[in-house]
Write a new protein. Sequence first.
Length: 256
Amino acid sequence: MNGFGAVYRKELYSLFASPIFYVVAFTFLLISGYFFYSNIGYYNLVSFQASQDPLMARQLNLSEMVLRPFFLNVSVVLLLISPLLTMRLYAEERKIGTLDLLFTYPITDRAMVLAKFAAVMTAFVAILAGTLPGIVLLGNFSSLNWKAVFSCYLGMLLLGGAFLSLGTFTSSLTQNQIIAAVLSFGALLMFWIIGWIKSFIDPGLAGFVDYLSVTNHFDSFTKGVLDSRDLVYYLLFVLLFLFLTLRQMESYRWRG
């Protein structure tokens, strides 16, 4: 893929040189830290109460009371901040006219789309890595299920990839970064809440609607369950919106 490395380095530099990245990272880690601290505090309180009740003590589960709620809460934060990471990818390029300049270089549309997506995923992984010290510290002082930890982080990476691929597509639709962010958030929110209506629609359609919900698939990962159906869902989600972005780029090139 001609030009992948050049575009990837350019986008990565633009992301890490932008104050938006550091504001997003700070906000994400601050809120995530609050959730982690509150979950640990609740677990300690329940543990203290259970010290006088053997039956209650046997029901304590660190993964269910700390790990799973933490990642479920962090996924909500990701829903809010992912549009901010992707809104400038194409919108800014179109606004200042550098996208037309890229079309004159020996760079394929596929390489451009994949490089931009890879750059924003790298930025997301860097932000997510900021949550690791707390998990590692927790594991040093408790018997943490590391397989469940791996499953949760894998789920976060797949969920983040899905969110960022959709954000990449919405950024390619407009020259305005704010509009791109709002479109991305609105679309992601629909995929987030679409499963809520399954109780009110035809049972035959309810299964399909339930499958479209990003939260249902992520929930399995937080339980430490690796299901191939969830993996396929997220991979297809990413491929679909990267494909749509590619078609959008090809239409711009064709229209000049």
